[in-house]
Design a protein around this ligand. Sequence first.
Ligand code: OAD
Length: 250
Amino acid sequence: MFSESAIKKIGRSETILILTGAGISAESGVPTFRGENGLWKKYKPKELATPDAFRNDPVLVWEWYRYRRDIIRSVEPNPGHLALAAMEETVPNLVLVTQNVDGLHARSGSKRILEVHGNIMRSRCSQCARTLPADEETWRNGVPVCECGGMMRPDVVWFGESLPRQVLKEAFTAAEECDVCLSIGTSALVQPAASIPWHAVQAGAYVLEINPESTPLTPHIQEFVKGKAGIVLPELLRQVREQQQKNPGR
Ligand code: OAD
């Protein structure tokens, strides 16, 4: 499944950068965006995931996000999330960058997580920018409202919006400094997150991709492992631990 050199590099690396996308949560039952049963086959991003959509029809936008929140509340992290959380113990510095807004990495025990597209279980005031966890929101007529009187919006990044600057900066710094980069379950199409592994390639890291399908990144990296994250990642963890036990020290 993996080359021997990948296992050695991962086992001995000081810094690993991991980029995840919707594919890692697919086996938990959270729909991906693209592909056969992807959300963007059924719904139009322009009507649901842009600042204009929220201005035009905040109730409709919130209906869609409540539907997605309900899915996320009903699912559990899968063996892929759990393997990544456990991988923190095998490397001095592991930075987990996720495009996912579902919070499943935190629920599975990962500690250093950079959420570049926000978190669906939080809302942010469209007037004063105060943020609130979902369970502390006050709802009025289909929309949560802030104590300042403003409408709360989901605290996620919509099309046409910038990503949180500091979070993105930390992700790109990690891409430049890492020894190994894993790109997992992402179509590698949505910028700027998609360029994080490219930065790692350019900085000389060993880049490995895990996905049942190839992506635009695939031809440019050292290793492509075709398969589902929930199967591939526990095996990766097992092999890295085995290698570290055989060869202690970095
Ligand atoms: P996509 O839906 O674009 O891609 C999901 C990827 O996961 C595809 O490449 C699938 O082949 C792969 N995949 C499916 N099942 C898998 C599994 N079990 N294990 C591993 N991989 C699997 O999702 P993202 O790349 O995350 O942005 O999409 C990026 C962004 O586009 C999202 O964050 C979202 C969306 O519009 C915003 O909302 C801003």
